[in-house]
Design a protein around this ligand. Structure first.
Ligand code: COA
Length: 174
């Protein structure tokens, strides 16, 4: 299967309010969060070490601490997403990057909520749209993105067919 699925949100006028379930808080990056971020991502997106997180995220030119969001439970970061930009200095085109929650904390819409925190950031900082790349099998994430108002980007007919499978899986037809 060639290439990832892509989605876009044009404008941020219809975003819902942000409210967390009891026991959870939202914060942004603090120095030394690389280990906790790696631990979260290692449960769902790739293989990470602290060193690799520095190299590929927090030491990058376009990284800003205020753009990396964590939902915490007590002191423990349990979900994360990043308001990324694909090139340094970009001010209009946001990119939703690396959404993941620890398995013990899934099923509470933390993925939806940490994504919403990213979208509020883009809205409040004058960005015009937000894109993301994702994979066909990531049904909880895809359902959250659709609910928030992301739309599929159909790059070719293969994407239309793949999205039909996604909709069928979300509706329990597959
Ligand atoms: C993405 C992620 C953070 C979402 O976790 P979450 O916010 O706890 O999401 P939930 O488990 O509550 O699932 C979201 C929705 O998908 C539904 N869902 C989950 N699995 C499903 C399945 N197999 N078929 C149909 N619906 C499903 C849930 O019922 C829920 O629907 P609801 O909100 O109407 O109740 C989490 O799944 C994760 O960390 N996954 C691994 C990393 C990943 O895939 N990241 C996305 C990269 S693009």
């Amino acid at each position: 299967m060639a290439g990832q699925l892509k989605m876009i949100m044009h404008g941020f006028d219809s975003l819902p309010e942000f409210a967390l379930p009891e026991g959870y808080l939202l914060r942004t990056y603090l120095p030394g969060d690389e280990a906790a971020w790696a631990e979260i991502m290692n449960t769902g997106i790739g293989e990470w070490t602290e060193e690799k997180v520095h190299q590929e995220l927090t030491d990058k030119e376009q990284f800003l601490p205020e753009r990396l969001f964590f939902i915490t439970c007590g002191d423990e970061p349990v979900a994360s997403a990043c308001a990324w930009v694909l090139k340094p200095g970009e001010t209009e085109k946001g990119y939703l990057h690396m959404v993941c929650a620890l398995p013990d904390h899934r099923g509470k819409q933390l993925g939806y909520l940490v994504t919403l925190a990213v979208l509020h950031y883009f809205r409040d900082h004058g960005f015009k749209d937000c894109t993301l790349n994702t994979d066909d099998g990531r049904i909880p994430a895809l359902k959250s993105y659709l609910r928030l108002g992301f739309e599929p980007v159909y790059e070719d007919d293969a994407h239309r067919a793949r999205w039909q499978d996604v909709y069928d899986m979300i509706e329990g037809k597959k």
